[in-house]
Design a binder for this molecule. Structure first.
Ligand code: ADP
Length: 200
């Protein structure tokens, strides 16, 4: 099976793109969703995170305070590395487990932080969802009701647009409207089916 890693900055349109592929019956493995599942109350990974970062990151019901932890790691790269070192191996084994269960010409793995964990995940090609930063900021502030300056700071901590484009085997330009994006997904879907056929 052909495995496509999908990445891009915050608000670039990764989830939107994933939804369009899903409508075509393509299986999606979402590492963000896996990371949320892995830190459910009482999980061993959550315990490790709390012993590393402190009880203040647990709420009264035993849930991880993801937003608070998110704020900490934006301001502190060594904390970010510690958290990612805890998360990535656990996410990786879950990804491998799910890949084994999939039967499809190709599938997508959504990996927002791929640029920082390139060697960790199994994939054949990298698809970058590319959106100009101004649009990323506009779409993220509308989606999450965040302050534009905060979104700018998040973007500054993420791999740059040039770095992502350098990594890419394929690029989905998401600077247009939904119809333009849908047409681009249609085209790349055909290319992936063709590539998958050539490999089999
Ligand atoms: P990501 O998963 O990369 O953070 P999303 O897919 O959630 O990004 O997209 C961010 C926001 O922008 C969402 O509210 C989404 O509906 C919107 N969006 C995505 N692509 C487009 C587009 N081509 N035109 C208009 N809005 C878009």
């Amino acid at each position: 099976m052909l495995v496509i890693a999908v990445t891009g900055g915050i608000g670039s349109g990764k989830s939107t793109v994933a939804e369009l592929f899903k409508e075509k019956g393509i299986p999606i493995i979402d590492t963000d969703q896996i990371s949320r599942e892995l830190v459910q109350p009482g999980s061993p990974l959550l315990q490790q995170i709390i012993s590393e970062f402190g009880q203040e990151y647990l709420d009264a019901k035993g849930h991880l305070k993801r937003k608070d932890l998110g704020r900490l790691i934006f301001a502190n790269t060594s904390a970010r590395d510690k958290l990612e070192n805890l998360l990535h191996p656990a996410i990786h084994s879950e990804v491998v487990k799910r890949l084994k269960k999939i039967s499809s010409p190709y599938c997508l793995i959504l990996i927002p932080l791929l640029a920082r964990s390139k060697q960790l995940y199994p994939y054949d090609r990298i698809l970058v969802v590319d959106t100009p930063p101004d649009l990323q900021i506009q779409r993220t502030t509308t989606r999450d009701h965040l302050d534009p300056d905060y979104v700018r700071q998040i973007i500054a901590t993420q791999p740059s647009r040039d770095d992502l484009l350098e990594l890419a085997d394929d690029v989905l330009d998401n600077s247009g409207d939904h119809n333009i994006l849908k047409a681009a997904v249609d085209r790349i879907h055909q290319q992936y089916l063709e590539l998958a056929k050539q490999r089999s």
